[in-house]
Design a protein around this ligand. Sequence first.
Ligand SMILES: Cc1cc2nc3c(=O)[nH]c(=O)nc-3n(C[C@H](O)[C@H](O)[C@H](O)COP(=O)(O)OP(=O)(O)OC[C@H]3O[C@@H](n4cnc5c(N)ncnc54)[C@H](O)[C@@H]3O)c2cc1C
Ligand SMILES: NC(=O)c1ccc[n+]([C@@H]2O[C@H](COP(=O)([O-])OP(=O)(O)OC[C@H]3O[C@@H](n4cnc5c(N)ncnc54)[C@H](O)[C@@H]3O)[C@@H](O)[C@H]2O)c1
Length: 483
Amino acid sequence: MRHFDLVIIGTGSANSIPGPEFDDWSIAVVEADKFGGTCLNVGCIPTKMYVHPADVLTALRDVADLGVHATVQDADWTAIRDRVFGRIDAIEAAGRAYRTGDETPNITVFEGFGAFTGHKQLEIQLNDGGVETITGDRFVIGAGSRAVVPDYPGLDDMPLDVVHTSDTIMRIEQLPRSLVVVGGGYIAAEFAHVFDAYGTTVTQLVRGPRVLKHHDIDVSTAFTELVGKRYDLRLQTEVTSVEPGPDGGVLVHLDGPDGPGQVQADLLLIATGRVSNADRLNVDATGVPVAHGRVVVDEHQRTPVDGIFALGDVSSPYALKHVANHEARVVKHNLAHPDELMVTNHKAVPAGVFTHPQIASVGCTEAEARDSCEDPAIAIQRYGDTANGWAREDTTGFVKLIGDRSTGLIIGAHVMGPEAATVIQPIIQAMAFDLPAHQMARGQYWIHPALPEVVENALLQLPVPPVRVQPERVGAAGWADME
Ligand SMILES: Cc1cc2nc3c(=O)[nH]c(=O)nc-3n(C[C@H](O)[C@H](O)[C@H](O)COP(=O)(O)OP(=O)(O)OC[C@H]3O[C@@H](n4cnc5c(N)ncnc54)[C@H](O)[C@@H]3O)c2cc1C
Ligand SMILES: NC(=O)c1ccc[n+]([C@@H]2O[C@H](COP(=O)([O-])OP(=O)(O)OC[C@H]3O[C@@H](n4cnc5c(N)ncnc54)[C@H](O)[C@@H]3O)[C@@H](O)[C@H]2O)c1
């Protein structure tokens, strides 16, 4: 049985851990599937490579109002798909070659599925046949998450090329004429935007009252209204069964506000959430506990078993790549410096939804704020009432801020509109560094007439006490007085 100083399960964010500081450690990297994990191969990166052409197409369709005459013919699915995966597959292959090649001689890659069979002992079902059992002094569990597919009657009998999850939909042969998307979360919203923009007839089935229902109520309500005008959005609608369509494709049986019904389409995309892979690793055998479906870790990313760490979707409730990357940096430091442990920072975790319009959020929603404090301060600033938004004739975008009246700090921010995921970044910074709202607004210049002025104006409106900048920190006059 081979023994290693460190065993890493999963090549998503965990693959960033081996570096020069571990050159004298023997390291095993265990990967069952594609090198680089979800984000690179089937997640953030390819989806955003599909979103960008969708954004371009959507913008081109909207330019008539600005006096520009543009004709959009169609989206060349094959060209887009081959550009996306021509680039991604090359990176995947290069990552695998790097870890298996001469440049990292202390690393042994096991291509197969690992599960614990004893204390710090992992059995690997190798992809090309055979089984290998290894042991390690330390382990990093970075095994990610997987798509959840509800057990709809008839689903098992459907042709494989008709029913998809986010894992497979991006590699299809041709653009479907019609698509049913099930789910109302991130993945459903982003793919509905992509396919609708490319020219597919989209029907989205959402069992709740709104799309993105975990977002702030104002964002969720406004976004639901907007996409409801774009494609066939059916709320409070459940799938009851599926069957092959009479002319191919799929016939989805559903139950909604108007009673039972049907919708037919070329393809079905199921985007009903993801679950941690903690249940597939038999972590119990090595004494690692699982709670709420996730591997249990402390603020140093340590499991209760000495030397076993976990990070990313397998242990984190956030299921976001920037969180997995941050946690990987913490694990890397803590492996190398066991006497000076770093703490994970989950203070102001943001997220973007790459739809049209774009959405971004950080901190609490208004409802969460009202649950935890009696009287949160709220400000809403429309893009269209600031110079750049007005120039664009934006009619739907806004920034919503939630503040704490006692401290003047921002506790939540929600943005819907052009470049929302970029526009929100200064607010994330303010929250991360405890910069009070009015100090943030008046303690710096805001480029005029750029989009972030919408943030400046939202900050100024926030009914929290002004906090004056100390003159010695910003120069003799004190920028707090600058109007
Ligand atoms: C469609 C989609 C779009 C997304 N878009 C975004 C986005 O825009 N922004 C964002 O922040 N996040 C996004 N995410 C979420 C993001 O991709 C994940 O949070 C992140 O990739 C998780 O990283 P990880 O390292 O924890 O796991 P992963 O990257 O999933 O890596 C885990 C690896 O472990 C391997 N593995 C699992 N079990 C075993 C085993 N038993 N043995 C061996 N290997 C195993 C898997 O094959 C995988 O390669 C998206 C996700 C999806 C699905
Ligand atoms: N831009 C981003 O950052 C981004 C993009 C995609 C995915 N992600 C990450 O991936 C995770 C998974 O995304 P997701 O969209 O699959 O999950 P999600 O949790 O965002 O949404 C799941 C949706 O499916 C619905 N649902 C659940 N079970 C259902 C059922 N049985 N029938 C019908 N509907 C059902 C839920 O009500 C919800 O609307 C996200 O939580 C997010 O963390 C992030």
